[in-house]
Design a protein around this ligand. Structure first.
Ligand code: F6R
Length: 629
């Protein structure tokens, strides 16, 4: 949450910084601000609301500054008002700071600063930082060779919490200082120019040479180069790596919204996952080698007694599908936990447990903390209790990648729309492959069944394409009927229950319509009281053991006058007789169906939100990367 970006070099900083903010706006859009060093002064402009408000304020301004920082905010401490917008400055307005994260001990620091005569201009936690740096700088100038980084180093050692900061000072017009503690920041290397940002999309237009700053590290960036230090003051040797990303991936490419583009990218994402995960030469005659190329430590498969999954939001829904797959295919008892709950109330330790953290961004604070906690509490335990941590992420270079040594990369490409779509489908692919891999090693299903599953998975891209081609227009028209609807219910059972939850979450977050996902059989235990002619019910009914049960549950809703929309295969007469409206999907083995059934629900949420004229890619109050608790 919050995006930070910084530039030092030979070009005009402001354009680069604004372009960077555009790429990071998905991280928060409550306010935006920019500070540059110009003619020995800090020039700071801030605006409440989205970035275009800041851009409007800057129209007509020429700013040749070659050093600057900029911020897009997701409010934590203090209302989304201009006076709380970053950058924040010290009393003399010589130092400007931007921050992503939360300074947990800001209250005591603020009181201390106030007692020393410091006056605050905002309600934020961040403002303590420039004031503290100002104090430390006057001391460092007496003793240190590089006073600005020394002052920042002294200050970060006083801060508690998770933060990434960038600092400039009018008295040091050739320095940009960056520090990281539990919040992402990546450095970009150009020819005589250097960048920092919360995420790579802000850097991709300028450089592919990047370096992820790690926890407890500071960088001093000048036009001559970048020096990295630990918070302890030790100089560290680090080299940038080359990022393999095509800049086209972060543009809309003619789609009205990133979300729609990302929905349409899903066939390609499934293909990429298949290419990366599956050994296509494998046959059921091969009993020695797994068809899946995950290369997890062999010891992990031995005696595997329990899998526990920690995640948040949409990733939690993917984990719920994963639980179903791991239990039904690989026969491993699996528990799933909201990371925010697990970290403060962990389940008792079970021996031979595999812990999976699922996070597309790899930066979700609760998921990272849950994994860290799990690692710590298994430390120094006997071998049977040792920590076996696996991450499933779309950003292997993220904080998750630094925390966990075994990673499944979901290969979805950068996702810009705040509502997760293609990364969800990619997480499902990771769980299919993982469940098959573990099932192979544990010999819980026949080789022919594995072969059938792999064939089924290979058909998914074409089937998703078929849904997109045949249903998008229809769903767009259907969405007209629901532009004024206030409540929705989504029903599913078995492996499609998580998809009902996901359909409801997508609708809630981008259309602001109240929606609930339920296991269809649970309706009659209470929620059915909500139903009347004004509440549409979307039911996922895929042939399999619970098909008829779902149709019966749908009939119960119909008897209460609810309008029934069925996501169900073409040519299923019973379903056609049950539902008022059908959104057909191809016939498929029920266990593979979530990857198809979620597509119409994504499109429905998208078109209802677009019909309501809402900002689909940047829904209110949300941020894509939730780096605070
Ligand atoms: C919903 C959505 C969120 C995220 C959640 C976890 O569309 O995007 O619910 O799924 O914030 O984020 P990650 O997967 O980055 O840990």
């Amino acid at each position: 949450m919050c995006g930070i970006v910084g530039y030092i070099g030979t070009k005009e900083a402001s354009g680069i910084l604004l372009e960077g903010l555009r790429k990071l706006e998905y991280r928060g859009y409550d306010s935006a601000g920019i500070a540059t060093v110009l003619e020995g002064e800090i020039h700071c402009v801030r605006a409440k609301g989205k970035l275009h408000n800041l851009e409007e304020k800057l129209v007509g301004e020429t700013n040749p500054a070659r050093l600057g920082i900029a911020h897009t905010r997701w409010a934590t401490h203090g209302k989304p008002e201009e006076y709380n917008a970053h950058p924040h400055m010290d009393m003399a307005k010589r130092i400007a700071v931007i921050q992503n994260g939360i300074i947990e001990n800001y209250r005591e620091l603020r009181e201390e600063l106030k007692s020393r005569g410091c006056e605050f201009r905002s309600d934020t936690d961040t403002e303590v930082i420039p004031h503290l740096i100002a104090e430390e700088l006057s001391k460092a100038e007496q003793v240190a060779e590089e006073p600005l980084i020394e002052a920042v180093r002294q200050v970060v050692r006083k801060l508690r919490g998770a933060f990434a900061i960038a600092v400039i000072c009018a008295d040091y017009p050739d320095e940009l200082i960056v520090a990281r503690q539990q919040a992402p920041v990546v450095l970009g290397f150009g020819e005589g120019e250097f960048y920092c940002a919360s995420d790579t999309p802000a850097l991709i237009p300028y450089t592919r040479a990047i370096l992820n700053l790690e926890n407890g590290e500071l960088a001093r960036m000048t036009p001559l180069g970048v020096e990295i230090y630990s918070f302890g003051g030790q100089r560290l040797k680090k080299a940038p790596r080359t990022l393999d990303v095509n800049p086209v991936m972060v543009e809309k490419q003619g789609f009205k919204h990133y979300m729609l583009k990302e929905i349409y990218e899903q066939p390609g994402v499934v293909r990429s996952c298949l290419e990366a995960y599956v050994n296509s030469a494998w046959t059921s005659a091969d009993h020695k080698n797994s068809p899946i190329r995950f290369d997890l430590p062999q010891s992990w498969y031995r005696n595997l007694q329990h899998v526990q999954i920690v995640a948040c939001g949409t990733s939690w829904h993917a984990g719920l599908v994963g639980k179903y797959l791991l239990e039904q295919l690989a026969d491993v008892p699996t528990t799933i936990h909201y990371a925010s709950e697990f970290r403060y109330a962990p389940a008792p330790l079970v021996p031979h447990t595999l812990t999976i953290g699922v996070t597309q961004s790899g930066e979700t604070a609760d998921t990272l903390a849950a994994l860290e906690m799990e690692k710590a509490r298994r430390d120094n335990k006997s071998e049977e209790f040792e920590a076996r941590l696996l991450g499933i992420t779309n950003r292997p270079e993220s904080s998750l990648g630094q925390l966990v040594s075994n990673i499944i990369d979901t290969h979805a490409g950068i996702e810009i729309g705040v509502a997760a779509t293609k990364t969800f489908v990619a997480q499902l692919m990771a769980f299919y492959a993982l469940a098959i891999d573990i099932a192979f090693h544990r010999q819980t299903i026949a080789a022919q069944q594995i072969e059938a599953l792999l064939t089924g998975l290979s058909q998914l891209p074409a089937q998703i394409e078929l849904i997109l081609e045949s249903q998008e227009r229809y769903i767009e028209e259907l969405a007209h009927d629901f532009a004024e609807t206030q409540d929705f219910i989504f029903l599913g059972r078995g492996i499609n229950f998580p998809i009902a939850l996901e359909g409801a979450l997508k609708l809630k977050e981008i259309s602001y319509i109240h929606a609930e996902g339920y296991p269809a059989g649970e309706m009659k235990h209470g929620p059915i009281a909500l139903l009347d002619a004004k509440v549409p019910v979307v039911a996922i009914a895929m042939p399999g053991p619970v098909f008829e049960k779902v149709l019966s549950n749908a009939q119960e809703a119909r008897a209460r006058d609810a309008r029934l929309i069925g996501v169900t295969p073409m040519d299923e007469q019973d379903a056609a007789d049950t539902f008022d409206t059908l959104i057909p999907v191809p016939h498929i083995d029920e266990i593979l169906s979530p990857i198809l059934t979620v597509i119409p629900l994504q499109l429905l949420a998208y078109h209802i939100a677009a019909r309501r004229g809402l900002d689909v890619d940047q829904p209110r109050n949300l941020a894509k990367s939730v780096t605070v608790e």
